[in-house]
Design a protein around this ligand. Structure first.
Ligand code: G3P
Length: 217
């Protein structure tokens, strides 16, 4: 399972990269704004900086909502760095743009997926990744993980190679459940990734080992 970090915060990206388990980064306009990154030039420079920090794929979202605009923006983003993946919303023009990019060798991440039907269209358009937002479904009393299971079943039925990128992951149990279901990738906050490490018996055991070692010194 690939681990992406869902942030535009450079310190967190560096920390996750230093852990040695990071496979990529996802961002969106809201995450950029949260870090105070606004304006086209600043956003572009921020993408380049992120690509310099991480080894894996970096999703960069288009702002246009029409086919021509998405193609123009997506081609410019893809030209920034070979690690850039063009992130496109799952609307009709987005599906059209996804097909265009996949035909032209540009990696894509179809985003804002909330149904299996949207996921099926993204796969048919040749998306590299597609992002179901599980936390936002849970927020409205709908089973986010159930959607991941449905998509896994559909993709396996037909051998679609589009990678299921479980997004809007909020906590460690989301990560574990996505791993059990077989999501290809998860993207979440650093806190959820580091949460996987926590166990009181590890802390107690380590403290005991150190105490016993020091008895002889
Ligand atoms: O990857 C999608 C993500 O950025 C949305 O997460 O927590 O705002 O629902 P959240």
């Amino acid at each position: 399972m690939k681990f992406f970090i869902d942030t535009a915060n450079l310190d967190q990206i560096r920390e996750a990269q230093a852990l040695g388990i990071l496979d990529g980064v996802t961002t969106n306009p809201s995450l950029m704004a949260k870090e105070g990154i606004t304006g086209e030039e600043n956003i572009i420079n921020h993408y380049k900086t992120i690509c310099d920090i991480v080894d894996g794929d970096v999703s960069a979202e288009v702002i246009a909502t029409d086919f021509e605009g998405m193609v123009r923006e997506g081609e410019a983003l893809a030209a920034l760095h070979p690690q850039i993946v063009v992130k496109i919303p799952v609307i009709a023009d987005g599906i059209k743009a996804c097909k265009y990019f996949s035909d032209n060798g540009i990696k894509t991440n179809v985003t804002l997926i909330f149904s299996a039907g949207q996921a099926l269209l993204a796969a048919k358009a040749g998306a590299t990744y597609m992002s179901p937002f599980i936390g936002r479904l849970d927020d409205i009393s709908t089973d986010g993980l159930g959607l991941i299971s449905e998509i896994r079943l559909i993709y396996d039925n037909y051998g679609y190679e589009t990678q299921i990128l479980a997004a809007s992951v909020r906590h460690t149990m989301h990560i574990l459940d996505c791993a059990k279901i077989g999501a290809d990738v998860m993207t979440g906050p650093l806190s959820a990734i580091k949460g996987l490490l926590k166990h009181p018996l590890t802390d107690i055991g380590l403290a005991q080992f150190l105490e016993d070692y020091n008895k002889g010194n």
